[in-house]
Design a protein around this ligand. Sequence first.
Ligand code: GRF
Length: 200
Amino acid sequence: ARLAVLASGRGTNLEALMEAFPPGNPLGEVVLVVSDNPEALALERAKRRGVEAVALPWRGRRAFEGEALDLLEARRVDLVLLAGFLRLLSPRFVEPWYGRLLNIHPSLLPDFPGLRVHQRVLEAGEKETGSTVHFVDQGMDTGPILLQGRVPVLPGDTPEVLEARVLRLEHRLYPRAVRLLLLGLAFPPPEGLEGLLGEE
Ligand code: GRF
């Protein structure tokens, strides 16, 4: 399968995905990295590995989604992976890709969607946190869950320390979730699509 990754920043999850799905890998290979941020380290990481890296500087959702959709089609992409991609995608993008579009979020969803997750987890006094790979629907961090992993919250943790622990988990979790999907061992629930299309 041909994989594309959308990333806005640092790209450590992208790195883990490119490591797990290198060029020529029979199960899946990362063939394209797209960023809304031309300065993203993610683009550098892709170039270093000889993977096509495309910056589509943000000029509004319509323009970005149109160009990204065209590019995915032109490169015959099968699966799109959001990895630290900070924009919300509209139904125009999500609908045709539903079931073949994943995101990773650094909490045990449905708890703690959105930003500044680790700080909020610490403030809430949680004893455990983790990461979630989910199918993307029209909401923010709301789609059906594919796979979760857990790590402890330890006494004295700062947001930075907790983030590092969760990131190490994510680097194993995301490739594992993608493998399950590619092997046909995980399925997007059809309810996700119905929710997307709205109640009649
Ligand atoms: C990860 O924690 C991911 O779960 C969240 O954003 C962070 C991205 O980190 N969506 P990186 O850019 O992959 O290093």
